[in-house]
Ligand binder design. Structure first.
Ligand code: ADP
Ligand code: ADP
Length: 237
């Protein structure tokens, strides 16, 4: 469960990224956040893993208070929260497999994984993640050799290798062409359903949101202006 209680985020510039947001996201839900550029979508997802500090209110992720978390608590939280970005954020000069193994590093950060000695168990988890997104045959290819859609699937596999409770995806398909964007959303939705991971995805386009979301949250000027099911979401943006 992710709970926002009257959460505001004020940036050092004085801009309000979030303005009194109250929300409850139960375990296993696939939530899509929609809104125009600057509405606060990115701030909302980044607040969940403490990338953006909360100015006032309470934010709790699976029983852990994020707004008042210590550095150590934040580290522990982030090990269980996977992040997917618009720009994929892969290390493109190394193999797909190595990129996915970095998801294990995010989870375990033991000395052995830090020096790259991942071990058989981690490799098995990484291969399983690649299989889930249908890209296992690219394991030993350099990430730079892949198309955008394939790179985003690798990023999804990297997050899955982290074995997260929560996945945050900030405009994951914004740099892909529409058919590829649809295919990546379909994959993300399928693995989310198979594994039951609570997922928050930011999207620009309402039609994509309506096609995949359990629940749509519409934002404007840092506030939640819509919260409901896809069928009612025509005025969400
Ligand atoms: P969205 O993801 O919907 O485009 P953001 O969460 O990025 O919206 O931004 C919400 C508001 O906060 C906007 O007015 C934006 O300009 C502002 N903002 C975002 N990041 C920063 C930052 N690092 N410093 C100052 N203002 C920011
Ligand atoms: P490096 O060659 O720098 O170790 P790679 O990205 O090629 O990096 O490989 C990542 C991991 O996969 C390493 O542990 C490597 O030993 C192993 N590996 C590389 N190629 C193969 C292969 N064809 N079959 C099995 N394991 C491989």
């Amino acid at each position: 469960m992710i709970t926002f209680r009257d959460v505001s985020v004020v940036y050092p510039t004085g801009t309000k990224g979030l303005d009194g947001v109250t929300l409850e996201i139960p375990d296993g839900q696939f939530v899509v956040v929609v809104g125009l550029s600057g509405a606060g979508k990115s701030t909302l997802v980044r607040a969940v893993n403490g990338l953006v500090p909360v100015t006032s209110g309470e934010l709790e992720v699976n029983g852990q208070r994020v707004d008042s978390a210590s550095k150590r608590e934040l580290r522990r939280l982030r090990a269980r929260v996977g992040m997917i970005f618009q720009s994929f954020n892969l290390v493109t000069r190394v193999s797909v497999l190595k990129n996915v193994l970095m998801g294990r590093l995010a989870r375990t950060s033991t000395l052995a994984t830090l020096v790259g000695a991942y071990g058989a168990a981690n490799r098995e988890i990484a291969f399983e993640a690649l299989e889930r997104v249908g890209i296992v045959e690219k394991a030993y290819v350099r990430a730079s050799q892949l198309s955008g859609g394939q790179q985003q699937r690798v990023a999804i596999a990297r997050v899955l290798a982290q074995q997260p409770d929560v996945v945050l995806a900030d405009e994951p398909v914004a740099s892909l062409d529409p058919p590829t964007a649809n295919a990546v959303m379909r994959d993300l939705r399928r693995v989310q359903r198979e594994l039951g991971i609570t997922t928050i995805v930011n999207l620009h386009f309402l039609d994509l949101a309506k096609a995949y979301a359990d629940r749509i949250i519409g934002m404007r000027a840092g506030k939640v202006v819509f919260d409901g099911v896809a069928a009612d979401a025509d005025d969400a943006v």
